[in-house]
Ligand binder design. Structure first.
Ligand code: SAM
Length: 266
């Protein structure tokens, strides 16, 4: 069977790495786990041995015969064929309380999948992903670092993010061209406000689309949507932020506080 590059099919073929991923998720026999991308079932099998139930979503229906064979007799595994981005995780999982996600993600849609899961109505207990090392570095980066960007701010405002370890190309078939890494995301408890979230994502996108500009200049372009220049200047000063500092120096907490302040004022 030829792996499909276009679907990000790099299958895990190393028992140690499988153990490391499973270990990173602190699995117990009470856990219900959602996996994205069953592939040929290596991680699915390792998960099934450690938890109560695994629901795995795979977009490539041509893997069905092989997967059915590999997972035969595993009564705690449910295979769902479809594109995860077109499926509602809440409908797949039903009323399961605090499920976990464990996945070796297809690298071409890593961030859309992560946000699709985080923005769903589910209270995840923990999410463990194998991603490109370069993406993992952006996810964990603090402000002031060259790779600190919109992904760092958005992910860190939703979750506590930890880099568990790096993974070499040699553990995959076929081998990817890049290094990979395991990351663990533990969602923060936060009040859900669609209005603040909207404002927050506008701010973050505006700042990082012109990261060399100061806060005042990078926010100017969206002032009309945020209630006018005077209000934004007052908001910056009210939060102790200097309008002349670069927006990219703000921490996720400062971005969120600014969004909440502006939202309150509107
Ligand atoms: N879990 C397996 C492993 O660790 O060996 C496979 C991981 S492979 C990196 C990613 C898998 O995600 C592939 O099997 C691919 O077909 C599947 N995939 C790609 N796009 C997908 C999507 N939109 N929804 C669900 N699965 C997808």
């Amino acid at each position: 069977m030829a792996a499909k590059k276009g679907l990000g099919q790099n299958f895990l073929a190393d028992a140690n790495i499988l153990r490391k991923i499973v270990g990173a998720a602190d699995l117990t026999s009470d856990d219900v786990v959602l996996e994205i991308g069953a592939g040929v079932g290596a991680l699915t099998t390792a998960l099934a041995e450690n938890v109560k139930r695994v629901i795995t979503v795979e977009t490539d229906r041509s893997l069905a015969p092989l997967l059915t064979e590999v997972l035969a007799g595993r009564n705690n595994v449910e295979l769902v064929f479809g594109d995860i981005l077109k499926l509602n995780p809440a409908l797949i999982l039903g009323t399961v309380p605090a499920p976990k996600v464990v996945a070796n993600l297809p690298y071409y849609i890593t961030t859309p999948i992560i946000f699709h899961l985080l923005e769903s109505a589910i209270s995840w207990r923990m999410l463990v992903f194998l991603v490109q090392k370069e993406v993992a570095d952006r996810m964990v980066s603090p402000p002031g670092n060259k790779v600190y960007g919109a992904l760092s701010v958005m992910i860190q405002s939703y979750c506590q993010v930890e880099l568990v370890g790096t993974v070499p190309p040699t553990v995959f078939i076929p081998r990817p061209k890049v290094q990979s890494a395991i990351v663990r995301l533990t969602p923060k408890s936060r009040d859900f406000s669609p209005a603040i979230d909207h404002c927050f994502s506008l701010l973050v996108r505006a700042v990082f689309s012109s990261r060399r500009k100061n806060l005042y200049n990078s926010l100017r372009s969206i002032f009309s949507q945020l209630g006018g220049e005077t209000k934004v200047m007052a908001a910056l000063r009210g939060l102790g932020l200097d309008p002349l500092q670069r927006g990219e120096t703000l921490s996720p907490t400062e971005f969120y506080a600014l969004a909440a302040y502006l939202q309150e004022e509107l």
